[in-house]
Design a protein around this ligand. Structure first.
Ligand code: SF4
Ligand code: SF4
Length: 97
């Protein structure tokens, strides 16, 4: 029996980038660096959109975002994410599912 990796499944999706208009934004980078010790977005996002930087801040690249809402939920205590769906015609298209 062959095992299908998550990365292989994600590759089946198609994503149209809305250049310079990310639909999710970190409101205050300093909050990530100073008030969020565990930075859960950096390991809970299934598309790996968030990455920890050496200066303690977090980099967000929304290309490939699955619109699952996980980051919105896990950042609720800090309220540091501005979350919207992409504009019509942009964002994720699911090929299987
Ligand atoms: S969970 Fe929110 S506050 Fe914490 S690092 Fe991520 S975006 Fe910043
Ligand atoms: S909505 Fe889901 S896939 Fe998109 S950035 Fe947030 S956690 Fe990642």
């Amino acid at each position: 029996m062959s095992i299908i990796k998550v990365e292989d499944k994600l590759y089946q999706n198609r994503y149209i980038v809305d250049e310079n208009r990310p639909h999710i934004q970190i409101k205050d980078a300093d909050v990530c660096a100073t008030q969020c010790k565990t930075q859960p977005c950096t390991f809970c996002c299934p598309a790996n959109c968030y990455s920890a930087e050496e200066d303690g801040k977090v980099n967000l690249v929304t290309d490939g975002c699955l619109e699952c809402g996980t980051c919105r939920v896990i950042c609720q205590d800090n309220g540091n994410i501005s979350w919207n769906y992409p504009r019509g015609g942009y964002g994720i298209s699911y090929k299987f599912g």
